[in-house]
Ligand binder design. Structure first.
Ligand code: FEO
Ligand code: CA
Ligand code: CA
Ligand code: CA
Length: 759
């Protein structure tokens, strides 16, 4: 489909901040050893590399104990599934997948069954759209949190976005809805409500899983939920003052919720990703704010909300600074002017000097890791500003160690954006694994600490650079004058530019390998990586530039298939400011050139493109890789693979050579040991047009929950009345629910012999 502006395709890092040079540097040779099987990861370190951040026999024992499985239990014993273009979920023989929770499903007694014909309403009491990250919260028969319950729990689910072409979320409206402005209130009210998160109780009865639609635990947060707390460093800061909150302490709603995390104290973390495109600006707003040197304009531009980032509709011509910025859905255009619509226009239209009479600062209240208590809907959700503001994906904790600070790893998903780490000021207390008040425990760990950004070296080492107002590179940054530490965190991208962080190929999820504490990051793809680019040439951590062919003729350049990078912290562990890294796997077609593209020697049972979701199973230690791809989709729908990864340094250095205009460009990178057929296998392929994202499991590893996002997303709105033309009719074609319109949904996968998933 043709969109004049793709709001999921943001690209606003135009900083001159250089990527890494290609200087050859000697690097210590080292080899890790993967002995195979769960909980038997062994590490041998040569060349004075120091101790692993977390490792050793005790960890092995813990993993084996957590899994309840013998240490030699055979994992990845299933037969890999083939690539598929079918409109169905494909899984290995011996497994069963069942749909349990789709867009529109009721979350409250008395809510009508979903008709799925565009006439449904009351979405505040239904499942939202575009299911994304998801976490499991066990529930005992006493209605209290349970770490051992395997048949009853809560799923906390992100509802990232909605399927649209031009403005309208067309599957939600009987006739597809309006694509022009102003938009009708009745349509906008549905669309604002299907964003956010849901918490839904699920239960297995005689082995069959279902939601509990009338559970008192169920609830929604939407893009308009009241009294979301601004917490941490930026609480009450001048940057947070709005008409809704004159003292800058709260906002309405959470938006574009993508990856997730689960805290060591049992709460849910949800990342706000592509929020910037939902807010409109009037023509002339750049000038009304004081022009291009005005700080708010610099910030808005760096975060993708500037008219020059858009094209004039129907053309390939960029807008100018005097044009309007069009929002993704036009929610601000509802004629009534009610404040719940007006808040989506962030133009400076008031007369105040502090922004207390308009929404000029509203964008500063989005872009955070948001914490909430899945077990208690009465507790206000918290936006954790000390963890920085960017296009957040997941939030992965380093292994908690008593007496040490906690670390939270995070990625910023846009082309050329950065990888971050938060380190708490408070050190971990074992009793906090079971606190009486979970959300205030979160206040203690996540409101105070340091935010770091990653710089990857060509020697296979890396450094974490603190984003502090006391750093001269930040305090004296010529492109933006930071007022205080809150300004540094709210404008973390600008601070990271100032310190010369490494521009990555779109960081998506991250997850910690429970067996050894190493942290894995998906880098989904980057069409802007280019040999002769002044700002984004290939570098050691993002080393590939090549051309992939789709549908026999269309060329895709840069790094179309993505990679998975991993790092091992140096001896200080969570608090370390240096690390060692390599690339676990490079996405590629199995037929691609082995020496330059298919660097991990992937076979036809393993080839993948655009890794996105990434979750280590606490029960089995399997790393699940999920894809959100548009490059390999001429051959296969998006997929999920199971991996038993080795360790940082188990492979070798590889030098790639490029013929650049200025001469030969050589790039050293570090390629992990090729996974081999026993350690990486395709487990699932989704229906047409879907992305696979989000995964959680019961503590015994015998049921996993997976989200199928946006099946049929390439359907044309003009075909709304012709179901045969829908790109997908899943899940109704799998026997779930009424109507033929495709719906994002959660599936549960079990093994027919009752075994652990992935065995
Ligand atoms: Fe919501 Fe970057 O994926
Ligand atoms: Ca191809
Ligand atoms: Ca994602
Ligand atoms: Ca993605």
């Amino acid at each position: 489909m043709s969109k004049s502006n793709d709001f999921n395709d943001e690209n606003s890092n135009t900083s001159a901040n250089p990527t890494f040079d290609s200087v050859l540097q000697a690097r210590l040779s080292r080899r890790g050893l993967m002995r195979g099987g769960v909980g038997t990861v062994g590490v041998s370190l040569l060349g004075g590399m120091g101790l692993a951040a977390c490792g050793g026999g005790s960890d092995d024992d813990e993993v084996a104990a957590a899994s309840g499985a013998k240490a030699d239990a055979k994992l990845l014993g299933f037969t890999a599934v083939s690539k598929s273009l079918a409109d169905t979920v494909v899984i290995p023989t011996g497994y069963t997948a069942s749909v349990i929770y789709a867009l529109g499903d009721p979350l409250k007694a008395g809510v009508a069954a979903y008709k799925n014909d565009g006439t449904d309403t009351d979405y505040e009491n239904r499942a939202g759209d575009h299911h994304d990250g998801m976490e499991w919260f066990g529930l005992g028969s006493d209605n209290k949190p349970s770490a051992t319950s395997t048949t009853r729990g809560l799923l906390a689910v992100n509802h990232e976005a909605t399927t649209d072409e031009t403005r309208s979320s067309f599957f939600l409206h009987a006739d597809g809805g309006t694509t022009t402005l102003p938009r009708p209130a009745a349509e906008v009210d549905k669309e604002t409500a299907i964003h956010g998160i849901s918490v839904v109780e699920v239960k297995a009865t005689n082995g069959k899983w279902a939601t509990v639609p009338d559970s008192a635990f169920n609830f929604r947060l939407t893009s308009l939920s009241e009294d979301i707390q601004i917490r941490g460093e930026a609480r009450g800061n001048a940057l947070m003052v709005t008409k809704y909150s004159n003292d800058g302490t709260k906002t309405r709603g959470t938006l574009n919720n993508c990856g997730t995390g689960k805290t060591p104290w049992g709460t849910f973390l949800t990342g706000e990703e592509n929020w910037a495109g939902y807010f409109a600006r009037n023509a002339g707003d750049v000038a009304a704010r004081g022009g291009d040197t005005d700080k708010s304009n610099i910030s808005l531009r760096r975060y993708g909300n500037d008219p020059r980032a858009q094209r004039i509709p129907g053309t390939t011509t960029s807008k100018s600074s005097s044009d309007a910025f069009d929002s993704r859905h036009g929610w601000e255009s509802v004629v009534s002017g009610d404040d719940k619509y007006a808040r989506w226009n962030i133009s400076k239209i008031g007369v105040s000097t502090d922004g207390s009479d308009d929404y000029r600062n509203e964008l500063n209240t989005f872009g955070y890791i948001v914490e909430l208590d899945a077990y208690d809907k009465t507790k206000a959700a918290r936006k954790r500003t000390t963890l920085g503001r960017f296009a957040h994906e997941s939030a992965a904790f380093g292994k908690p160690v008593v007496g040490q600070p906690l670390a939270v790893y995070m990625g910023d998903d846009s082309r050329g954006e950065y990888i971050y780490k938060f380190v708490s000021a408070k050190t971990w207390v074992a009793a906090d694994a079971n606190p009486t008040d979970r959300i205030t425990t979160g206040d203690a760990y996540l409101d105070v600490g340091k935010l770091y950004v990653a710089k990857f070296g060509s020697d296979g080492k890396g450094t974490w650079i603190e984003l502090s107002i006391t750093n001269p590179l930040i305090a004296n940054y010529a492109d933006y004058h930071f007022a205080d530490q809150a300004d540094v965190l709210v404008n973390a991208r600008l601070a990271a530019d100032a310190v010369g962080a490494t521009k990555m190929d779109r960081p998506e999820w991250c997850s910690t390998n429970i067996a050894n504490g190493e942290v894995y990051f998906t880098l989904t793809n980057n069409s802007n990586r280019a040999i002769n680019s002044a700002t984004m040439p290939p570098d050691s951590a993002n080393p590939r530039v090549y051309t992939d062919i789709k549908n026999g003729s269309s060329t895709q350049n840069g790094n179309p298939n993505g990679h998975v990078l991993r790092l091992k912290e140096d001896a200080a562990g969570n608090a370390a400011v240096s690390f060692t890294w390599d690339v676990y796997v490079f996405g590629a077609e199995s037929s691609a050139a082995p020496g330059t593209v298919n660097l991990s020697n992937l076979t036809g049972d393993q080839d993948l493109s655009s890794p996105d979701g990434l979750v280590f199973s606490p029960a089995t230690g399997i790393m699940w890789i999920q894809t959100d791809d548009g490059a390999f989709t001429d051959v296969t729908n998006c997929m999920m693979l199971a991996a038993l990864p080795g360790t940082v340094g188990d492979g070798a250095k590889k030098t790639l050579t490029y013929a650049a205009t200025a001469g030969t460009l050589t790039v050293d990178t570090y390629v992990g040991k090729a996974p081999g057929e026993d350690n990486l296998k395709r487990f699932l392929v989704g229906p047409k047009g879907s992305e696979i994202t989000g995964l959680c499991e019961t503590p015994d590893g015998k049921a996993i929950f997976v989200n199928i996002q946006h099946p049929g997303e390439s359907t044309a709105q003009a075909d709304i009345a012709t179901p045969a033309k829908y790109q997908s009719q899943w899940p109704s074609n799998a026997g779930y629910g009424a109507g033929q319109r495709p719906r994002s949904a959660t599936i549960v996968i079990t093994k027919n012999d009752g075994g652990v998933i992935g065995s």
